[in-house]
Write a protein that binds this ligand. Structure first.
Ligand SMILES: NC(=O)CC[C@H](N)C(=O)O
Length: 229
């Protein structure tokens, strides 16, 4: 299996960094490097994963402080150059706060932390993150968040739809009140940036309750392998 290197950003308060790194290597994608938030060098990685957690204790608003970390300038430059960036849960919050994806994540409807498996519907396979899945496929993936309610203005919503940039919607129930059931979106110059609230890295083998998250890592691997040809 050819190997690619994932850079997983670690902030004070990240708690899914090891899970993301493990998923990458366990699924045969290659090596994962943990990159400290104060670093200013992505060390030539092939993909950046901004993982879940409670960076800076979610003070002010989840992701609002992490976006100012020195490494985020490098992540932004990498994204603007077409590099793959995957924001998971707190990573989605951070990537939105950094302006790499539109909209924001607000407190869950009902103001309760939500922790369970949910069904996600794959809304597009035109992405480096879902290209080996099927449009309309349902994935069982866990969520664990208090600020997961995706919000955006009408113009942004219309643009997301017109450009086929809604990656996942919640199916069979909306756990947080997200606008239009949105669970994950795409952005970047080449659909190369994604953010999602559920945790695919926690759903990579049956013993974890679901292996449905693996298709995202397979898609990324296929995309990177294709780019290398
Ligand atoms: N697992 C996570 O990344 C969730 C934490 C997140 N900061 C929240 O909204 O609660």
């Amino acid at each position: 299996m050819s190997g690619f290197t994932a850079g997983v950003i670690v902030f004070p308060g990240s708690n899914c960094d090891r899970d993301a790194a493990n998923a990458w290597s366990e699924l045969g994608c290659g090596e994962a490097k943990l990159l400290w938030h104060q670093d200013k060098d992505l060390q030539g990685v092939d993909i950046v994963i901004v993982p879940g957690g409670f960076s800076y204790g979610d003070a002010l608003r989840a992701g609002a402080i992490a976006r100012f970390a020195p490494i985020m300038d490098e992540v932004a430059a990498f994204a603007h150059d077409g590099g793959l960036v995957m924001g998971i849960c707190n990573g989605f919050q951070i990537v939105c706060e950094a302006g790499l994806l539109p909209g924001a994540l607000a407190r869950n409807e009902g103001l309760k932390f939500a922790c369970k498996h949910v069904d996600l519907r794959v809304e597009t396979t035109s992405s480096p993150f879902t290209c080996t899945s099927e449009k309309g496929a349902l994935l069982s993936i866990p969520i664990a968040h208090g600020e997961g309610r995706y919000v955006c203005d009408e113009a942004t919503h219309a643009q997301l739809i017109a450009e086929d940039r809604i990656l996942f919607r919640y199916a069979n129930g909306n756990p947080n009140g997200a606008f239009d059931d949105i669970a994950g979106i795409l952005g970047g110059p080449n659909r190369n940036v994604m953010g999602m609230m559920p945790h695919p890295e926690r759903a990579i083998r049956a013993a974890l309750g679901s292996a449905d998250g693996a298709v995202m890592f397979e898609s990324i691997l296929a995309t990177l392998a294709q780019a290398q040809v």
